[in-house]
Design a protein around this ligand. Sequence first.
Ligand code: 5GP
Length: 186
Amino acid sequence: MVIAGPSGAGKSTIVRRLLAHRPFRFSVSVTTRAPRPGEVDGVHYHFVTVEEFRAMVDHSELLEWAEYGTSLYGTPLGPVLDVLEGGEDMLLEIEVQGAALVREVYPEALMIFVRAPSLTELARRLRERGDTTDEAIERRLEIARHELAIADALFDYVVVNEDLDATLAQVLDILDVRRRRPQRST
Ligand code: 5GP
């Protein structure tokens, strides 16, 4: 299952809550960006250098990868294969270009796009987070505009995250509906 959506839409919180409710295995991405306060290497991300990242790309070790802002992000392939082979479900929290690549490899994957009620609200949430510069926020808003434009066509569901509890309930409903349809059980 893939959860995507603009930075600041509330994806990470929803993912955290979802993991407490459903037995998904979380895919820990590799990234070249610096850790934010509180982020732990190997838990939130594997933090790597650009050279290390490039080597993973060259060795086909990533299921997908994308440049986002000024950093690189990718999903390590090995853990995804291991988890799926073990009959478990994997949860990927990634941006839209990467989600499009996952769609090509796993057409049956459930893909949910989480968005904020508006771009104004998204900007407010990004500023409130207080860990990014104005320039980085502007860049993230620009990417968000682009992501919103293509979300409808690419994702199975677009969920507006106005209230966290309601959004989580909506995602759990989607999963329940999905489970009752055995032909698309991934
Ligand atoms: P952040 O820097 O805020 O943690 O993440 C920036 C963006 O990169 C978010 O939209 C996040 O979902 C996305 N992202 C995180 N990991 C991956 C990944 O492995 N692949 C892709 N394509 N995007 C990712």
